[in-house]
Design a protein around this ligand. Sequence first.
Ligand code: NDP
Length: 286
Amino acid sequence: MPATVIDGKGLAARLREQTKGEVESFTSSTGVQPHLVVVLVGEDPASQVYVRNKERACKAAGMQSTLHRLPNETTTEELLTLIDQLNNDAGVHGILVQLPLPKQIDEQSILDSVSPLKDVDAFHPENVGRIVQGRPRFLPCTPAGCMQLIGEVCESTAGMHAVVLGRSEIVGKPMGLLLMQRGADATVTICHSRTRDLPALTKQADILIAAIGKANFVTADMVKPGAIVIDVGINRVDDKLVGDVEYGPVAEVAGAITPVPGGVGPMTIANLLKNTLAAARIQQNA
Ligand code: NDP
């Protein structure tokens, strides 16, 4: 039987609607409109699209959104100065620095410089540490979206074997942390480019998360029948977007699967909005 298709677009729309309602009541009771500032350095075409989508989504949810565009030659010091201003601006609740940054910029020191209270991407070491300890301030947007998608087809992940392909700071590593935290209680295996005999591991997965950035990498013979397959990958092939999972054949084996596009991608933005509202609440109560 073909897999259930998990509709990320629909779920994200519901979450965004819910956030919009919460923004409305927050603003009417406090007089404060949550405000996200996005910083874009350079001309990367994919980043321009992502940033535009984030701005639009903020406005649709009743939040204020400001885009700072900086030239490609911007230095680390110049960017640090801007972030310092935003950190100290009480009218700014969330700060998002669009990645990747141009090569001359020290990405780590930039991400470390964002106030942890305004770090809606949850990249700051203090926020990562809180996730590790199971007491998150903000949930990382993409991994949180994957958990919500799993929740659509699975009541409890307790005791399930989750295999995560990829160990990046943005997706793979925090994904593993969310799956293993108390409440989710999955048993987690994290794989990377040095992992031996990957198919032997993926075939054991009740939940398989693919986040490696290689088009159609996960094939049907790597998937356990009935598994939940979450495809984080976004790869451009002949002007089409495809995931890390070979969708058609894998959908014949899996129990549930996310499409690309329309799976994880929309969830990332929905969670960014949620985090921006949470940041405004935290700062209102500080
Ligand atoms: P990175 O390039 O930072 O990380 C890729 C990871 O995959 C690394 O840990 C790497 O291992 C591992 N890897 C690469 N090749 C293999 C292989 N052959 N076998 C096993 N592991 C391998 O990517 P990101 O985590 O940032 O992104 C992953 C994908 O998700 C991309 O397609 C990206 O576009 C997409 N993405 C989608 C988002 C969304 O909203 N839908 C948000 C963020 C990302 P090693 O560490 O050893 O190098």
